[in-house]
Design a protein around this ligand. Structure first.
Ligand SMILES: N[C@@H](CCC(=O)N[C@@H](CS)C(=O)NCC(=O)O)C(=O)O
Length: 219
């Protein structure tokens, strides 16, 4: 079994799509149509227990979860410090920080009604506050320019951060809660470099995106 990425255009599968392009491996991208019920078919539920995306067929079996997929691709294709490398511990800590701290908070900013339909504004504002606090921590670290997070180098953490910066700028539940990458110069550099890479541009185009889709998305 080779790589087959299951996603929806411009959903979280975008990060894995960019990583596959950066890896330079053969893969197939399959876009599902949620409106047509394609996320909840028995075939897709066998790939992802919640009927979500992304899911990835790999030579070692099918997997799901953005963080797991990015780590898997990063380790297999040189897009992150390998187990045993000197920078591995720092990379891993910050990767999980992004996956576990930033990603769920971004989801709450975008979809606060999933937590509480009656209190969506409060949920979204709280998510925004959590995001800003965590982005500031990430910015402080990124400003030290660690070798494993260089803007001019392809990496799964650079890709993940860039996609989340797109989301919090383009898709907040309320427009006044948008967070701009401009407020975080080191993270902005990472996303600007990432969106200019040919591999990213190819993956983005397959997801219907062009222009400054990470740093200045239209939403
Ligand atoms: N923790 C999961 C979250 C997956 C998830 O929520 N995926 C969204 C796209 S960003 C989805 O499939 N949404 C479709 C739906 O809710 O029907 C991951 O990181 O992969």
């Amino acid at each position: 079994m080779g790589y087959r990425l299951y996603g929806v255009q411009d959903f979280a599968n975008l990060a894995a799509h960019v990583a596959l392009e950066e890896a330079g491996v053969a893969y197939e991208a399959v876009f599902l149509d949620p409106e047509a019920g394609e996320m909840k078919t028995p075939a897709h539920l066998a790939r992802h227990p919640m009927g979500l995306v992304p899911a990835l067929d790999t030579p070692e079996g099918t997997m799901f979860e953005t963080g797991a997929i990015l780590l898997y691709l990063g380790e297999r294709h040189g897009l992150c410090p390998a187990p045993g490398a000197p920078d591995r511990a720092a990379f891993l800590a910050w990767f999980v920080f992004v996956n576990n701290g930033l990603h769920p908070a971004a989801m709450d900013l975008l979809h606060p009604y999933r937590i509480s339909e009656d209190h969506a504004r409060i949920v979204a504002e709280a998510a925004r506050a959590r995001l800003v606090e965590r982005l500031e921590a990430l910015e402080s670290m990124a400003a030290t320019r660690p070798a494993w997070l260089r803007p001019d180098t392809a990496g799964v953490l650079q890709i993940y951060i860039s996609m989340l910066l797109r989301w919090v700028r383009a898709f907040p539940w309320a427009g006044d809660l948008a967070i701009s990458a401009q407020a975080f110069p080191a993270l902005h550099d990472i996303a600007a470099a990432c969106e200019a890479r040919p591999a990213t541009i190819r993956a983005a185009a397959a997801n219907g995106l062009q222009g400054r889709f990470f740093t200045d998305p239209e939403g």
